[in-house]
Ligand binder design. Structure first.
Ligand SMILES: Nc1nc2c(c(=O)[nH]1)N[C@H]1C(S)=C(S)[C@@H](COP(=O)(O)OP(=O)(O)OC[C@H]3O[C@@H](n4cnc5c(N)ncnc54)[C@H](O)[C@@H]3O)O[C@H]1N2
Ligand code: MOO
Length: 398
């Protein structure tokens, strides 16, 4: 459904309010997918493959001894005519029948060898060795694990430590991975302090520490958290500064209409288009999504920390996930086991814990308190006027 677009100046805190589901879709629709990146293996850890991973070489790349012992040809006894070490010189010609070479695990088995006789089963006397072997035993044949050209992991697969090791063993120095959108965070509020015990009238910044995990869960990364106080000129300058080198700017606080809430005015002054001017949800209704001309999208998160989390899941996560080429981490549906009152006009986002009885509200869900969200594993999405029945559960970043 098309979303009404307004300038920041036209929109009030309760004016041009977008229904919750529509706001999420608008954020996803506003996301322009960023280009994939080709990065050295070490930088690819934890990313998602942008294209299928192919074997550039067969595995093993050559017939390989799987045991320390003797590579033997023909029937015993075998005359020992040399030795081959892993990484050492390969034999010039094929191993003649009735001969053997000492061989190390990982060394290339000479052509003509029928098997490797492990040293534990070898009876050596002078330059003659005896033992019992089965044809092909303890030789890993070239390409038997994986032929050259085979796809070993699909696009979208997570680059785990094992996959990184596999990529290296298949001959890759770099991997092409999905982009990780850069999110610059601006924290407004003269009363907000970054460390220690807050003095009178002050509060600790709870949103700056919370956002990196939310953003990386969505596939992005927070590049910096800057504190900007309540001066609109400082906010305007910081917005311009943050815009260069970021794919999204998230502004925390200053989203409402109070005397120190300047975000709407600053966005209006630069002619930003407001895609979402407010969302019909509790908490988090003053959140917004704006497109300043020539700059990255700006997401306004309310200053109340639980409202900021709810808003981040509503607008920031779909936007970042869309830029990263990911689908938004999926939710599920559940009945609610406990007392929840629906709001007549707004969607309520209620911290719950899953249980065999259904989703149990954990309480402490005031906009200013993260006590509930910190002990919950999901937010129950309670539609306006809800009278019972299963609801969507929105996963909380782990
Ligand atoms: N007249 C109205 N006033 C308010 C409304 C309204 O509809 N009409 N909505 C209320 C709701 S709901 C919210 S949410 C807040 C949103 O306000 P802002 O985004 O402008 O945020 P601030 O006013 O700056 O701060 C609100 C609150 O949160 C504390 N805060 C701010 N930043 C942080 C931070 N980084 N970490 C922890 N706490 C923070 C701040 O001290 C305030 O207590 O507006 C209501 N008012
Ligand atoms: O909606 Mo406010 O965003 O309740 O805290």
């Amino acid at each position: 459904m098309p979303v009404a677009r307004v300038s920041a100046g036209q929109a009030g805190v309760r004016g041009a309010v977008t229904p919750w589901g529509e706001a999420r879709r608008a954020a996803a629709d506003a996301a322009r997918r960023l280009p994939d990146e080709t990065v050295p293996l070490a930088d690819a850890a934890g990313r998602l493959l942008a294209s299928p991973l192919r074997a550039l070489i067969p595995v093993p790349a050559f017939d390989t001894a799987a045991m320390d012992g003797y590579a033997v040809a023909g029937d015993p006894p075998w005359r020992v005519i040399g030795s081959v070490l892993a990484g050492g010189e390969r034999m010039a010609g094929p191993l003649p029948p009735g001969t053997a070479v000492e061989i190390a695990t990982g060394a290339e088995v000479p052509a003509g060898a029928d098997a490797v006789l492990p040293v534990e089963g070898a009876l050596r006397s002078g330059d003659v060795v005896r033992g019992v072997v089965r044809i092909g035993r303890h030789i890993r044949r070239r390409g038997e694990d994986c032929p050259r050209g085979r796809i070993v992991a699909a696009a979208g697969a997570a680059v785990t430590p094992a996959l990184l090791g596999l990529a290296a063993s298949l001959g890759h120095d770099t991997l092409t991975v999905r982009p990780r959108p850069r999110v610059a965070v601006l924290v407004t509020g003269e009363e907000v302090v970054a460390g220690g015990l807050p003095g009178p009238g002050r509060v600790r910044d709870a949103i700056g520490p919370m956002l990196p995990g939310v953003v990386s869960w969505a596939g992005g990364r927070v590049t910096g958290v800057e504190r900007v106080g309540d001066d609109p000129r400082v906010l305007a300058r910081a917005l311009t500064g943050a815009a260069s080198g970021a794919d999204v700017v998230a502004v925390c606080g200053a989203s409402s209409r109070g005397p120190a809430d300047h975000l709407r005015g600053v966005l209006d002054a630069v002619g930003a288009e407001l895609l979402v001017a407010g969302v019909a949800c509790r908490p988090g209704h003053p959140q917004m999504l704006a497109l300043p001309p020539g700059g990255p999208p700006v997401v306004g998160l309310p200053g109340n920390p639980f409202a900021a989390l709810a808003a981040a899941l509503t607008l920031l996560v779909p936007l970042v996930a869309g830029q990263a080429g990911r689908t938004v981490p999926g939710g599920s549906r559940s009945s609610i086991a406990g007392e929840v009152r629906a709001h007549p006009a707004d969607t309520r986002l209620v911290p719950v814990r899953r249980s065999s009885r259904g989703a149990v509200p954990v309480g402490h869900d005031r906009p200013g308190s993260l006590l509930g969200a910190a002990t919950a594993d999901a937010l129950a999405v309670v539609p306006p006027g809800w009278h019972g029945g299963p609801v969507e559960l929105l996963e909380l970043p782990a």
